[in-house]
Design a binder for this molecule. Structure first.
Ligand SMILES: [Zn+2]
Length: 348
């Protein structure tokens, strides 16, 4: 990562039916040559096939490949399928976008992000969350998409849990910023006022507009996509995920590591934000109420995760991405402190 380099998408299309303009968008970006679509089983039916047809109508030579997880293995699989393609179009949810981003970066080609849901802030950011061979999920610096095509008509039809997960991921910016400021004060870590301000403003806005986040509404889809986009831009400005990922993300990654039954990324981070805000001495009830307002989980029960796994994740969260200093410090929480924290905040 180069903190002097800011990568942003060149073109961003958010609205109903924009997916049908993918071919023209590629033409406007002066893309000539073969293309590769990366998609999933379900997303191929609702969007991948549409994108393929649209591109072929403009005489592009298009291949299509399907993946079902965001692992290093899937990244390598996609890389093998790139062959002569000059560009990858990631058409799907977070996992598809993350794998497309990483594979395109490794193959030194561009990528366009075509999200079918608004579940996390990776849709426009340069970061990709990839599960490593040791089962640890890492948020890696890949590359920003050159284009984003977010069709709100498709996104609004995705299950509501994805939208509330996207909102919760944005709300987690609150504690991410607090952790970043702490690392700046204690470790003199680079800190960007503008990236932090953008990230915090986005989180505030989503909380202020929580009444408007409703199932099936195109306006809701638009609001959440735009918020995720701003959050992604804060990451681009900072040149790291600091503005959108702190101790609450470590907690979520720790949960992923210890339980096979993990919930959605944004939902786990949201619950993490409640607890980390308490550790920071901040207004954790405000976070909890904000999550409730958008019908996002606030307890282990809501997440459908065993309370003991919540406690265990809290005790190992500091070990995830050790170089990233947060309120968890270097030693993390003792088991009794973790239990107290989870009980005090009503998570268990
Ligand atoms: Zn996140």
């Amino acid at each position: 990562m180069d903190s002097k380099k800011i990568q942003m998408p060149r073109t961003v299309h958010i609205g109903s039916g924009v997916i049908n303009e993918t071919g023209e968008i590629c033409r406007d970006l002066k893309i000539k040559g073969d293309l590769l679509i990366v998609t999933g089983d379900v997303t191929q039916k609702i969007a991948g096939a549409l994108v393929k047809e649209n591109l072929e109508n403009l005489d592009y030579n298009v291949s299509l490949v399907k993946i079902d997880d965001a692992t290093e293995k899937s990244v390598e699989y996609v890389e093998d399928k790139v062959e002569d393609a000059l560009l990858i179009l990631g058409v799907g949810g977070g996992k598809v976008i993350d794998v497309s981003k990483m594979a395109s970066k490794n193959k030194n080609i561009d990528f366009i992000s075509i999200p079918t849901s608004a579940a996390h802030d990776g849709i426009a950011s340069p970061l990709a969350s990839i599960k490593q061979k040791n089962q640890e999920s890492l948020s890696l610096y890949a590359q920003a998409p050159i284009g984003v095509v977010a069709d709100t008509d498709i996104i609004r039809k995705a299950p509501f849990k994805f939208l509330s997960s996207g909102c919760a991921d944005v709300i987690s910016n609150y504690t991410a910023i607090k952790d970043w400021q702490l690392a700046h004060r204690l470790r003199n870590e680079n800190y960007s006022e503008s990236a932090a301000a953008l990230s915090k403003m986005t989180a505030k806005l989503i909380i202020k507009s929580s009444d408007a986040v409703k199932k099936g509404l195109e306006e809701s889809a638009k609001l959440v996509v735009k918020s995720l986009f701003s959050s992604g831009m804060a990451i681009s400005i900072a040149g790291s995920s600091r503005p959108a990922s702190g101790s609450e993300h470590k907690f979520s990654h720790a949960l992923d590591k210890i339980t096979n039954k993990s919930a959605l990324h944004g939902h786990q981070c949201g619950v993490g934000t409640i607890m980390m805000m308490n550790l920071h001495g901040g207004d954790w009830k405000f976070i909890k109420n904000a999550l409730k307002d958008i019908n996002a989980p606030t307890t282990a029960y809501d997440l459908d995760i065993d309370p003991d796994d919540i406690i265990d994740a809290l005790t190992i969260a500091h070990e995830i991405r050790k170089e990233r200093y947060t309120i968890l410090g270097e030693g993390g929480l003792s088991k009794s402190a973790a239990k107290n924290l989870a009980i005090k905040t009503g998570v268990i």
